[in-house]
Design a protein around this ligand. Structure first.
Ligand code: CTP
Ligand code: MG
Length: 232
């Protein structure tokens, strides 16, 4: 099979409050360039389709002078995330029969994780990155606890999420409701979706605090690699 990534950059970033989230600077570079560069470096990814405000994304990419060789298509996004994924699937060239969907809001994703999710999806047809829940969960109405919910067996879904393209397209075609991720559509269609252990650094940048956390994480990482280089 041939794997094409669909990089989602069409969100409005309302909770971050700084305009189109994909273009908000993270350590001085537009947010979407971080995961775009990681996808470029990942051997398991053959092509990249970018979904979002095409002209502005292309201008930001050109300005950054980031070398890219895998981008095969660009398309505007849709109203909801699910609509943007559907647009990406329409735009991705037909020869790519495994689709790896990634949120550009998860800017700190690693090549290693993308590689593991794609490898699992190549074997099983469908796989997503996810992390087991560690917090104790409470159910409440207003501010009073009604129950403690057992967390055993509960996971938090991340991206990348990789699926056989025919399964994903059929799931999008047949769906009636709304889902917050693509795995949910495949589950409803009766497919078994594998879980691949994600990374805590692969969190979704949603709020201003998340952006600060991502910057701190990148600074610590570059300080670490600087120190390692100095030791050589
Ligand atoms: N996304 C998209 N198209 C949409 C909505 C979301 O491509 N219509 C993408 C975003 O670009 C993001 C990912 O889906 O990479 C996860 O969405 P989220 O974190 O909710 O981003 P936003 O929708 O931009 O943020 P907000 O909900 O705060 O407006
Ligand atoms: Mg959103």
């Amino acid at each position: 099979m041939r794997t094409g990534a669909i990089l989602l950059c069409a969100g409005k970033g309302e909770r971050l409050g700084r305009g189109d989230k994909a273009l908000v600077p993270l350590c001085g570079r537009p947010l979407f360039l971080w995961s775009l560069e990681t996808l470029e470096r990942t051997a398991a990814i053959e092509s990249i389709t970018i979904v979002g405000p095409v002209k502005r994304l292309q201008a930001a990419l050109a300005l950054s002078a980031t070398p890219v060789s895998k981008i095969v298509a660009w398309t505007e996004g849709g109203r909801e995330r699910q609509d943007s994924v559907a647009r990406g699937l329409e735009a991705m060239p037909v020869e790519f029969d495994l689709a790896a969907i990634h949120d550009s809001a998860r800017a700190l994703v690693t090549s290693e994780l993308i590689g593991r999710v794609v490898a699992t999806a190549l074997e099983s047809g469908a796989a997503i990155a996810a992390l087991p829940l560690e917090d104790t969960l409470k159910r409440s109405t207003l501010d009073t606890i009604e129950a403690t919910v057992p967390r055993a067996g509960l996971w938090r879904a991340q991206t990348p999420q990789a699926f056989r393209r025919d399964w994903l397209e059929a799931a999008h075609r047949d769906t009636v409701g709304r889902a917050t991720d693509d795995a949910a559509l495949l589950e409803v269609a009766g497919h078994r979706v594998k879980l691949v252990r994600g990374d805590s650094s692969n969190f979704k940048i949603t709020s201003p605090e998340d952006l600060e956390l991502a910057e701190a994480w990148l600074l610590r990482q570059s300080a670490g690699s600087g120190a390692r280089n100095a030791e050589r």
